[in-house]
Design a binder for this molecule. Structure first.
Ligand SMILES: Nc1ncnc2c1ncn2[C@@H]1O[C@H](COP(=O)(O)OP(=O)(O)O)[C@@H](O)[C@H]1O
Ligand SMILES: O=P(O)(O)OC[C@H](O)CO
Length: 495
């Protein structure tokens, strides 16, 4: 038997067929259009999301030379926070999906912050008042689409993050659910009580009648329509993509930490069964929920990591593909120490300044593509160090014996990963299996279906590809990171 993992990401949809040993059997991937209707706005057409998901799932099944009847369980993992509202009767979305990167509700968040609401929001949801999360996005749609609020209150409309929207479509409109990890990104969910928060729904003007039922990350989420894949396949695992990566990296013990370098960078530190309230502007979130028990994490979210490499390619045109940044790093003049702060869509953790924009410091006439590429990659290491410092301050148990597990497209870049190790002063481990996000979703589904072993055994099969040991002298590490902090201060000062 096999397990199908659906990984619906920000720029592409992927489907991967795993054996029950969690080895990849076949996969398929399709990019879809990004909508930028105004500066700071980012939208997806939900029809594209659904069509690319269904098409890649079918293609992966075909590539594996199996049929839907050979799939014992489906696991879903998804871009988080992105918000869809649809009509329960027709299944039709009433607006494009508002993507996690979208900043259109920045003013709403600023006003709520100024009115003193942030402590209550953080206490209930573990999050900060930022446009990143779903609540203000949902309210924006209800305010803009005529009649939507009344219909939502009457229970005619459904709200969902992408997992909910996919499950709704996969089950033919039968099931309106989400899992605890996705719920914990909405800013409407009480992560301590494990229920939707009436106080948050009131504050953000989101009617409770439109919210999905919240379930464990490994449980039954309904069966697929038989006409989709030729069989009614049970959906047994769901988690937001960053949480699924933590699961795929087998970060099952308190103190274990992973960092995923895709478009952005998201670091999660497992803090066990007790939520840790951050004093350093990190997020408290649910890492996974098994058998009704949430495991919590501290999360640092950086909006631009791999995206800075895309900008070198598409914006500056100094590279043709991402992998060229490795050799360019080697050619860069190390004496120049150019600093790039890639705050293209504001600064995320631990600064949270939505108005900030990017800057490059230390340019000379001798600065060329190599120095720019190196500065871009170094920004990833500096940002990870910022998160690391915040995590150690919030949770001193994250001591010097710690290791950072990395994954995501940019983790293929050797000098960048070496620089992360140098900035943190701890080893950085890259696993042999880089499909960690999909693997996490597959494990959740396989675990519930009785096909995969429990967390302890699963942790043992995690395999190392390469360990990056820190080699930069301590005084150099601290001096270089101090210059970065000053550059960030300057970016914030002009925001
Ligand atoms: N060798 C590389 N060096 C630097 N960046 C890379 C490399 N390979 C991929 N990337 C970057 O990684 C990102 C893609 O990673 P991926 O995990 O697929 O992201 P996502 O799931 O967010 O789309 C891109 O932004 C790309 O620029
Ligand atoms: O789709 P990704 O990999 O860019 O991940 C997006 C995150 O889930 C946003 O919180």
């Amino acid at each position: 038997m096999t397990i199908l993992a659906i990984d619906q990401g920000t720029t592409s949809s992927r489907a991967i067929v795993f054996g029950t040993d969690l080895r990849v059997r076949a996969s398929s991937q399709a990019e879809f259009a990004q909508g930028f209707p105004r500066s700071g706005w980012v939208e997806h057409d939900p029809a594209d999301i659904w069509a690319s998901t269904a098409a890649t799932a079918r293609a992966a099944i075909e590539n594996a030379r199996i049929s839907g009847r050979d799939i014992a369980a489906i696991g879903i993992t998804n871009q988080r926070e992105t918000t869809v509202i649809w009509d329960r009767r027709t299944g039709k979305p009433i607006h494009n999906a508002i993507v996690w990167q979208d900043r259109r509700t920045a003013e709403t968040c600023a006003a709520l912050k100024a009115a003193g609401h942030e402590p209550a929001v953080s206490a209930a949801t573990g999050l900060l008042l930022d446009p990143y999360f779903s609540a203000t996005k949902a309210a924006w749609i209800l305010d803009q689409v005529e009649g939507a609020r009344t219909r939502a209150e009457a229970g005619e409309l459904a709200f969902g993050t992408i997992d909910s929207f996919l499950i709704w479509n996969l089950t033919g409109g039968q099931v309106h659910v989400t899992d605890a990890t996705n719920a914990s990104r909405t800013m409407l969910y009480d992560i301590h009580q494990g229920v939707w928060s009436q106080a948050m729904c009131d504050l953000f003007h989101v009617p409770m009648a439109m919210l999905p039922e919240v379930r464990d990350s490994a449980t039954g989420f309904g069966n697929t329509r038989t006409d989709l894949f030729g069989a009614a396949i049970p959906i047994c695992g769901v988690a937001g993509d960053q949480q699924a990566a933590a699961v795929g990296q087998a970060c099952f013990l308190p103190g274990m930490m992973k960092s995923t370098y895709g478009t952005g960078c998201f670091a999660l530190l497992n803090t066990g069964g007790t939520p840790v309230a951050s004093r350093n502007r990190l997020l408290t979130t649910i890492a996974y929920q098994l058998d009704g028990k949430p495991t919590y994490a501290l999360e640092g979210s950086i909006f631009v990591a791999g995206a800075v490499v895309q900008w070198l390619r598409d914006g500056l045109g100094v590279i043709h593909n991402a992998a060229e940044t490795g050799p360019l790093w080697d050619r860069a003049d190390p004496g120049q120490q150019v600093i790039m702060v890639p705050a293209f869509t504001g600064l995320g953790a631990p600064y949270w300044v939505p108005e900030a924009r990017g800057a490059v410091f230390g340019l000379t006439r001798a600065t060329g593509p190599a120095e720019m590429a190196r500065a871009a990659l170094e920004s990833v290491g500096h940002q990870t160090r910022d998160l690391w410092d915040a995590m150690r301050a919030d949770w001193p148990e994250a001591d010097s014996s710690a290791v950072l597990r990395v994954d995501g497209g940019l983790s293929a870049n050797e000098p960048a990963m070496q620089f992360v190790a140098d900035m943190l002063g701890v080893p950085v481990d890259r696993p042999a299996d880089v499909e960690t996000t999909a693997r996490g979703a597959a494990w959740l589904a396989g675990y519930h279906a009785g096909l995969c072993p429990g967390p302890d055994e699963q942790a043992v099969v995690w395999q190392l590809d390469r360990r990056f040991e820190p080699s930069m002298p301590q005084d150099e590490r601290e001096a270089r990171h101090l210059r970065w902090r000053r550059a960030v201060d300057a970016v914030i000062a002009v925001a």
